[in-house]
Design a protein around this ligand. Structure first.
Ligand code: HEC
Ligand code: HEC
Length: 421
């Protein structure tokens, strides 16, 4: 998705800077339909130049039988070694395929949403649950906050090394949660002794067992076998992951949005949304990183969001992409998140530290406004200082006013659509 040249973006940005003076009538936030045809045309051009396309251009058709088997697997607790948790326990429709919590609560907890958090039995995971919109559709090739599954030179790069179980990054990504310690595998001494997490052979042992369970399941087994035209005895975990991938790819595909209607079908846009859109592609610099059809460049950047929770690297620290590449230049970088359906996928950022979309935007240019530094420990402050450096070298926006932030948030709500419920 890096096909849009920076020169194109830059020339669009320069043009938009000229456009984003306040509307001539001086009005601020307004739900009234915009009428300024020149500014509307500029926004349409900028969206297209940045890679925005119709939803239908992104969809990859799936085999319905495989998808339907995947739907059952997705909701089944047989996916976890101790049969306690399913994919659906963290990826819920009522929260836009996330869990509504800052940090996910793994194997051992019960209930959903806040109830799941209140139950202290489950381990709190270091990262915010990612939603599924567009995952596995055309050009969506980089998975997880730190990009631990990606495609380079046409080859899937992941912790499987040369033994990637598939050439399809969505299928490889679907292999990982079931062997992630604490996410779907309860952290018990027995598990610690017999399985070393992230070891490919240990993962195989677990997944062979899971595949056998699904093959033996009275409802899922026959469907999976029919979908892959195999006797149940020949089903392997690869089929389970492939069915899961087909389900996610189809169920959470991007649907037409109000932005699509505006850009391609002359649909209405309010004055506030128009102002926000022009800022998004112009002076706000958002589209430097949130570009392409998913509003992500699928690259890694540092934004000094407040850090919440224990952190992937412990002591409230998450070094992001560095965990995958071990390149010091990648410390505190995260995959630019796609921006569809933000209204239902909060809280935001890799550690879920921010509740409002407006604050997520403010974190890009004024992070200290969101952080009470006095209450921080010395270690937390030290971490913050080390993250401000990399962020200061990113092409982030300079100060935006609160009204501008609100208009950008209104523009982003044009990317909400109704998915499965
Ligand atoms: C305990 C909660 C939990 C469960 C259960 C869970 N997930 Fe997730 N999922 C997460 C979290 C947290 C992330 C973000 C992790 C990260 O990026 O480091 C995530 C991210 C993902 C992603 C990456 C999305 C993206 O934008 O790149 C995929 C795909 C995914 N999960 C699929 C699944 C599947 C399939 C299952 C069941 C086999 C599952 N998950 C079960 C919490 C969970
Ligand atoms: C330099 C690249 C870059 C620019 C420019 C940028 N972003 Fe981001 N944005 C990111 C990254 C990276 C994250 C995730 C950081 C993290 O979680 O630590 C992010 C997170 C977000 C989030 C939270 C999404 C979620 O699901 O958690 C929103 C909303 C957002 N950006 C909107 C914007 C807007 C609006 C602008 C313009 C004012 C903007 N961004 C400019 C890279 C960028």
């Amino acid at each position: 998705m890096k096909s849009v040249s920076n020169a194109t973006l830059l020339s669009a940005a320069l043009f938009l800077t000229a456009c984003d003076a306040p509307p001539s009538d001086g009005s601020q936030a307004s739900a009234e339909p915009a009428t300024d045809t020149m500014r509307m045309a500029a926004l349409r051009d900028a969206a297209i130049a940045s890679g925005f396309v119709r939803a239908e251009a992104l969809a990859i058709p799936v085999d319905p039988a495989r998808r339907d088997a995947g739907r059952l697997i997705f909701a089944s607790t047989k996916m976890s070694l101790n049969q306690s948790i399913s994919c659906r326990d963290c990826h819920l429709n009522e929260f836009g395929s996330t869990d509504g919590l800052p940090n996910a609560v793994g194997a051992g907890a019960v209930g959903h949403g806040a109830a799941r958090m209140a139950n202290s039995e489950g381990p709190i995971l270091p990262r915010n649950v990612l939603p599924f919109w567009g995952r596995g559709s055309k050009g969506f090739t980089t998975f997880f906050w730190d990009g631990k599954v990606s495609v380079e030179d046409g080859k899937v790069v992941s912790q499987f090394g040369d033994r990637a179980p598939s050439g399809d990054p969505m299928v490889v990504a679907a292999h990982l949660p079931s062997v992630e310690l604490r996410e779907m595998i309860a952290d018990t001494p027995t598990v610690r002794d017999t399985l070393v997490t992230e070891d490919v052979d240990a993962a195989r042992t677990v997944q062979d067992e899971l595949a056998r369970r699904f093959a033996d399941d009275a409802e899922i087994g026959p469907r999976l076998a029919a979908a892959y035209r195999l006797p149940a005895g020949k089903l392997a975990f690869g089929h389970v992951a492939d069915a899961l991938a087909a389900f996610i790819r189809d169920e959470f595909r991007i649907r037409p949005t109000r932005l699509e209607a505006f850009v391609f079908d002359r649909g209405q846009i309010s004055r506030t949304e128009l102002a926000g859109g022009l800022l998004f592609y112009g002076r706000g610099r958002c589209s430097f990183c949130h570009s392409g059809p998913y509003f992500s460049d699928f690259d890694f950047h540092a934004v000094a969001f407040p850090q919440a929770g224990f952190g992937k690297n412990g002591f409230g620290i998450d070094e992001g992409r560095y965990n995958v590449t071990l390149d010091p230049a990648d410390r505190f970088r995260f995959r630019t998140p796609p921006l569809y359906n933000l209204s239902s996928t909060g809280p935001y950022s890799h550690s879920g530290s921010v509740v409002r979309v407006e604050d997520a935007i403010i974190a890009h240019f004024d992070p200290l406004r969101l952080i009470d530094t006095k209450d921080m420990s010395i270690r937390e402050r030290a971490d913050l200082y080390s993250r401000l450096g990399p962020a200061s070298r990113e092409p982030l926006p300079s100060a935006l006013t609160d009204a501008e932030v609100r208009s950008i948030a209104a523009f982003l709500r044009m990317l909400d659509f109704k998915g499965p419920s």
